[in-house]
Design a protein around this ligand. Sequence first.
Ligand code: DX5
Ligand code: ZN
Length: 226
Amino acid sequence: MARRIKIAPSILSARFDRLGEQVVEATKAGADMLHIDIMDGHFVPNLTMGPAIVKSIRPLTKVPFDAHLMVTHPQGLVKVFAEAGVDDLTVHVESEHEVSATLKAIADAGVKSGLVLNPATPFEKAVRYLVDVDLLLVMTVHPGFAGQAFRADVVPKIKEARAYIDREGIGCELQVDGGIKVDTARIVAEAGADILVSGSGVFPDHIAENLRALRAAAEAAGKARR
Ligand code: DX5
Ligand code: ZN
């Protein structure tokens, strides 16, 4: 049977003057989760959303909130985002922290956890944490901004992660983020991704149509893979 690939629209590309409306629209269009990019202006050269935004959109949808923390010091932010209503928190292996301690703090806060790898970071850096996380996020752009071009040089790492997770029978889902549009959705689905994040491929216009096209591309590729 073909895998059902999940699509996680990133609200970073939504219109912030109509954020609530666009969250509702993405929900109605069948988004499986909403990806929330948290940037601190230090780990990456951009500043985005804090817990107040998460809290204000939380009542608008039942779809899980997947928060991607692109911050230098993630551990101190875990509690405040968990309390604001996120369902999972993913943290970069490249941030300045004791990864195991942060993952424990996330679990203690009662939300799912994930680890993120930048394009230049090898898969091996994640291996020892995989049994403790729900998600492994492989970045296909250097984090910081929506709308960047997909990096095809990361595809072998996605395949490597897929093979390892399957071979070892690990329960974590494989997520891919950055430059995912209809053509690249096909590539990463074929490489074995379970969850596709897409910002500018979904928002801000024609949300339902974009989501449908992404899903169709991903599912056709997912079927071809099995
Ligand atoms: C990049 C963010 C991504 C971004 C994706 O730093 O982590 O989630 O919003 O945007 P697109 O799909 O436009 O590359
Ligand atoms: Zn992201």
